[in-house]
Ligand binder design. Structure first.
Ligand SMILES: Nc1ncnc2c1ncn2[C@@H]1O[C@H](COP(=O)(O)OP(=O)(O)OP(=O)(O)O)[C@@H](O)[C@H]1O
Length: 261
């Protein structure tokens, strides 16, 4: 039996959009509006849905880049919002996020070595020599070698940049990674290489993924289970193959009609 890693209960994120003379009138964008689900250790869980349905907001909530308006996130049974500052810092090592465009997540003025050393230094993980060893090992894990250490993001291809972003995410040996449109900006052949790399890393490090994508073919290939989001809510959830074969909700039906034809 797979163990639950993350449990989300009635999670909500509202953005206040009151402005100027309308300040008196409450008006909220309900980006995420009461979602509940469980992620199990070692699974790839896909989040699909149209643009603006709340996928990225959900991903950012799960790693607490943003805080929820309401609801709970439990990590291995512990309520994340009850963590002390010290517990929160330790937890931040366990959860990472990889974005679509590594140009925005990689500092253009910093070398690969700096990028990979930063999380280790921040968490005070070993002396310089130990950290260097870990950096080189992690580069190998993502299919690159030492020759990349002195390079800057603009000197790398899109696929190499995404490998570095993945290396930065796995270097702290996390248990959970959100991949937000992580291969969407890449050519199809490079996409396949990165997806295979993510699968290899998942087995090597027993990673759990939340995989956000608008590409249903990619999701079908990559994910064990999926949830369909619509207007801030989860309208369907289940094993990938089952959902692809027969959807219950009208929105999912229209969404999946393109993969089934
Ligand atoms: N910081 C913010 N302030 C105000 N509204 C926001 C903010 N972030 C997201 N939203 C709104 O919340 C809703 C959900 O956005 P979100 O980015 O989570 O959707 P998404 O499904 O990931 O879409 P996409 O695929 O286009 O990224 C949208 O209406 C968006 O405009």
């Amino acid at each position: 039996m797979k163990q639950p890693l993350i449990k989300v209960e009635n999670l909500k994120k509202f953005y206040d959009q009151r402005r100027g003379k309308f300040w008196e009138q409450a008006s909220y964008i309900k980006a995420v509006n009461g979602i509940s689900f469980t992620l199990y250790e070692g699974e790839s869980f896909g989040l699909v849905g149209e643009s603006g349905s709340g996928k990225s907001t959900t991903g950012q909530l799960l790693v607490q880049l943003i805080q929820q308006t309401e609801g709970e996130i439990y990590f291995k049974g512990e309520d994340v919002s009850s963590f002390s500052a010290k517990q929160l810092k330790a937890w931040r090592k366990e959860v990472q996020i990889v974005f679509q465009d590594p140009f925005s997540s990689l500092n253009p003025k910093k070398t690969v070595q700096w990028t990979l050393d930063e999380p280790l230094a921040l968490h005070k993980l070993g002396d310089k020599a130990t950290r260097y060893k870990r950096i080189v090992q992690t580069l190998h894990d993502v299919g690159l070698d030492e020759s990349y250490l002195s390079r800057y993001p603009h000197e790398l291809s899109g696929g190499q940049r995404q490998r570095i972003a993945i290396a930065a995410a796995i270097i702290l040996k996390p248990q959970f990674i959100v991949i937000d449109e992580g291969v969407s900006a890449l050519d199809v052949s490079v996409q396949a290489q990165i997806l295979n790399l993510l699968k290899d890393l998942q087995h090597q490090y027993q990673l759990t993924y939340l995989f956000i994508s608008h590409d249903l073919h990619v999701v079908q290939y990559f994910c064990d289970r999926i949830a369909v989001m619509y207007s801030g809510e989860i309208v369907e959830i289940g094993e990938t193959e089952k959902i692809i074969q027969s959807q219950q909700h009208p929105y999912s039906k229209s969404l999946f009609s393109i993969v089934n034809h």
